[in-house]
Design a protein around this ligand. Structure first.
Ligand SMILES: [Zn+2]
Length: 722
């Protein structure tokens, strides 16, 4: 009742507001008619107002500690503004416009500065010719809005039409071609009174000075302060940071972006975080109103809306750990191939191939088990983000590289046959379903003969002869026979159910593009035969997962069966980084439904992998207690995959990790990557200038040795002087 007793108040406020607005109008009128009456009178006749966009700075992308990944550098753009370009007559406007363009382009060329040049016609041996591989652009050029010629018209004919259309007269062939190129692109970009045209998006301060000095003879030319993307390390995270680019076509822009206020020549994020967080990073352009008289001169300029900078995105990636992962993947993939050459040459194991000579790609993911935050996501081979954005032939070479497929993110998109690192999930499911217990004994005589009437012919095999073993040893020594039998008892339906809860064959929930992978089972092929369940149980058959899924699965084991949603963004702040707008919190998306007791049996097996099993020789002496599982997966052709999943410390997990070397053959190199990951997380390892990965204490040792060497050198030289 109390609240309803204030209608009078509201009324008074309303009246005051209306009065205030009215007063503003009166003031404005006073301004127009009395104070600036004469000025406004001069512009009143046919004066036009143009609303021009003021671009907003794009938000930046940083690592978890605020280290720069994609940040802004202040740059300078050369821009043409239509309201300032008009002359006394149309003919004079055209002549001056072309001359302005010629002067700008000539100057930029002489200083080796780049300008936007997309005309698919070149001057070659005194003739106009079409540029090669530009069929789409040539088709556009011949269209009604541009040359307006037949589809079979020659380059010469196109130029003739464009020269006439743009009124380009009295220049050399090269000059004519360049003027036409700029004019062509201006039309494409819908240059007009409200839409300035950027001739060169990023020029040096030196050229800015020269252009500014000559601005009297370049009507309409202005220098705009812009922000250009800058990357400290262009190969660190290209797949995750993502590329910036232009709209793929006019139709794409018209249908999907124009209504959102994008201009056709705007840049947008086209992959990775740049694309996924486009609306967050973009900000909001401002507006200014430019008033021009009927004679074409500018009467005034008013900023009506200030630009609003985009927000800054902090990733969960730790740059230092990421650098270690990248370097380690490269070293160990190259190491695999070198080792394979040696083994092939000596016919090791009775074969001269299949030792990893075909290992060209790999992925590694490190995750905080408690939050699902991805601390590092390595892809080998990587590529140069800036070159891919600027150099079309480099980009084409990346796209055509079918061996390394460098454009494919091997952490989130590429999928790999997991092999035996799939077994802990099967074990957890089998224990929970009661088809085995922790003390169930299964005898491995190398062959699994249940489906071959006891015959070893065509029977699936184990890599070893393990005899009578229980779960712990079966995980530690990766016994296939134990898991063939376990898979048979469990059945594919229950196996699939638990594996999905572990995140296998299910998207991990990361904010940028990822694959769902394939979980082998009735859903992965038309007819599922029971025999295939055996292969599925050891991580073969159709099973294929991303490195991220394998890591999420390891994190779920470490996290007592709670699967965290994977995330790559830690927080979003305003542009100044002062106000936090959004912070990522732990989200548990599933629980595997396996008792702590049963999970503990599986984990004990994974600890035994390190202390007595398949990873003892590589990780057994590591100072932090690890739980893990090795995998070797047969491929339809070429060397086996090697995989590893794990978490550490085993008794109080902080991180989970997964490493895959496609056709890697030797588990040693895979586990070397694991060791480097652990060194980075637990012992502050970093990559030195010499490319060597060293822990903090190793760095101290190296520094001490260098110090000794230096002081010895110093001693020698001073002795010599003495
Ligand atoms: Zn066995």
């Amino acid at each position: 009742m109390e609240k309803r007793s204030h209608p009078m108040w509201r009324y008074v406020v309303c009246v005051l507001l209306v009065a205030l607005v009215f007063a503003l109008y009166v003031l404005r009128l006073y301004d127009w008619q009395i104070l600036n009456g004469s000025t406004w009178l001069a512009t009143a006749d046919h004066s036009t107002q143009s609303t021009v966009a003021i671009p907003a700075a794009r938000g930046e992308i940083l690592d978890v500690n605020g280290e720069p990944l994609a940040v802004n550098r202040t740059g300078y753009a050369v821009v043409l503004n239509w309201p300032y370009m008009q002359q006394g007559s149309d003919a004079e406007t055209t002549r001056q416009e072309n001359e302005t363009i010629r002067q700008i382009v000539t100057l930029l060329d002489s200083y080796g500065e780049e300008w936007t040049d997309e005309l698919p016609i070149l001057v070659q041996d005194g003739a106009y010719v079409f540029a090669e591989g530009e069929d789409r652009e040539i088709e556009t050029l011949k269209g009604r809005d541009y040359a307006n010629v037949n589809s079979y018209a020659t380059a010469d004919l196109c130029m003739e039409a464009l020269i006439e259309r743009y009124g380009v007269e009295g220049y050399t062939m090269e000059e004519t071609r360049d003027i036409v190129s700029v004019r062509y692109n201006m039309v494409k970009s819908q240059f007009g009174s409200s839409n300035p045209y950027t001739v060169a998006p990023d020029v040096s301060l030196e050229i800015v000075t020269i252009l500014s000095e000559n601005s009297q003879s370049l009507p309409g030319m202005s220098i705009e302060v812009t922000t250009a993307r800058e990357y400290e390390n262009t190969t660190l995270l290209p797949h995750i940071v993502g590329r910036m680019g232009k709209f793929s076509s006019m139709e794409d822009w018209e249908q999907n972006y124009r209504d959102q206020g994008y201009a056709f020549d705007d840049s947008i994020g086209i992959s990775g975080v740049e694309s996924a967080f486009e609306s967050t990073l973009r900000g909001e352009d401002g507006e200014k109103v430019v008033e021009t008289t009927s004679m074409g001169s500018v009467a005034g300029e008013t900023i009506t809306k200030a630009p609003q900078e985009g927000d800054t995105v902090y990733l969960t990636i730790d740059k230092r750990i990421q650098e270690v992962v990248n370097a380690s993947l490269e070293q160990n993939i190259l190491g695999t191939r070198e080792n394979a050459e040696r083994l092939n040459a000596t016919n090791a194991g009775g074969r001269s191939s299949g030792h990893g000579e075909d290992c060209y790609t790999g992925g590694a993911v490190v995750m905080d088990v408690k939050t699902g935050a991805v601390l590092a996501a390595g892809t080998y081979p990587t590529y140069d983000l800036v070159q891919a954005q600027e150099d079309a032939s480099y980009y084409a070479s990346l796209a055509n590289d079918t061996q390394g497929t460098p454009l494919v993110n091997k952490a989130f998109i590429g999928t790999f046959t997991p092999g035996s690192c799939f077994k802990p999930a099967v074990a957890a499911a089998a224990l929970e379903e009661g088809v085995i217990t922790n003390s169930t004994v299964i005898t491995c005589n190398h062959y699994y003969t249940r489906f071959t009437d006891g015959s070893t012919t065509n029977a699936p095999t184990c890599l070893g002869w393990h005899g009578a073993i229980t779960l712990r040893s079966a995980i530690a020594d990766s016994c296939n026979v134990f898991f063939f039998e376990t898979g048979y008892r469990l059945g594919i339906t229950a196996m699939n159910l638990y594996c999905q809860r572990f995140g296998l064959g299910v998207k991990a929930g990361i904010e940028i593009g990822e694959s769902a992978g394939v979980l082998a089972g009735p859903g992965s092929r038309d007819v599922w035969y029971q025999g295939e369940t055996l292969n599925a149980a050891i991580g073969q058959s159709d099973n294929a997962f991303t490195t991220l899924q394998l890591c999420t699965y390891a994190a779920t084991l470490a996290n007592n069966g709670n699967r965290p949603r994977a995330t790559i963004v830690s927080k979003i702040t305003d542009y100044t980084r002062e106000t936090v707008k959004d912070e990522i919190e732990l989200e548990i998306v599933d629980n595997v439904g396996v008792s702590d007791e049963n999970l503990a049996y599986v984990k004990a097996g994974m600890e035994a992998v390190i202390t007595e099993g398949s990873a003892k020789s590589t990780l057994g002496n590591y100072p932090v207690k690890i739980a893990g599982k090795t995998g070797t997966a047969e491929r339809s052709s070429g060397s086996d995959n090697v995989t590893f999943i794990g978490y550490a410390p085993a008794d109080d997990p902080q991180i989970a990790f997964a490493v895959v070397l496609d056709h890697g053959s030797s588990g040693t190199y895979c586990q070397n990557v694991v060791r480097d990951i652990l060194d980075a997380y637990f012992y502050d390892a970093e990559v030195g200038d010499d490319g060597v990965i060293r822990t903090e204490s190793e760095r101290r040792q190296a520094a001490a040795q260098n110090g000794d060497a230096a002081s010895q050198n110093g001693g020698t030289s001073s002795a010599a002087q003495a």
